[in-house]
Design a protein around this ligand. Structure first.
Ligand SMILES: [Zn+2]
Length: 153
């Protein structure tokens, strides 16, 4: 499941990546390019632009809510998908690349010392070199997932 996220939905894009989805961020206002890219890369467009709905040849979801939880709910329910907890934090939040594991010894000078002392599992993005570990964002992601599950029940 691959997404192309309109620039108005930056937060949603980041959270889709955090949950492990391939989400490209579309920063231009040129709708023809948006449609072209979605067709070329087989991506589902997520947008707030109602004008796009008239074009039937493209796969898209018009996001209704301003709230992140409701936006995610809408995407997951319309596509009938469920988040795989194993996939959380497998992608770089900045550039959408798949993260790679990195040995603890190698990150010593690249993370805050309290992180190095308390964490054991690290991963990194080969594209932007950002280091990730199971910290605050990890907890936030799990809290969010719990909320989403509750909303479904
Ligand atoms: Zn990156």
């Amino acid at each position: 499941m691959k997404f192309l996220v309109d620039f108005m939905l930056g937060r949603l894009c980041k959270w889709l990546r955090l949950l492990g989805y391939d989400a490209s961020y579309f920063v231009s206002d040129k709708k023809s390019d948006l449609i072209y890219q979605s067709l070329k890369e087989g991506r589902i467009i997520l947008t707030r632009d109602h004008r796009l709905s008239k074009k039937k040849a493209i796969r898209l979801i018009i996001i209704n809510s301003d709230l992140l939880e409701e936006q995610l709910e809408q995407v997951f329910s319309e596509l009938n998908i469920k988040v795989d907890p194993e996939e959380i934090f497998t992608r770089c939040l900045v550039c959408n690349e798949i993260l790679q594991e990195i040995k603890k010894e190698k990150v010593k000078d690249r993370v805050p010392s309290y992180v190095f002392q308390t964490k054991n599992d690290f991963s990194f993005c080969a594209n932007c070199q950002k280091i990730y570990w199971k910290g605050t964002h990890w907890d936030l992601a799990h809290q969010l997932l719990k909320k989403l599950k509750r909303a479904k029940a």
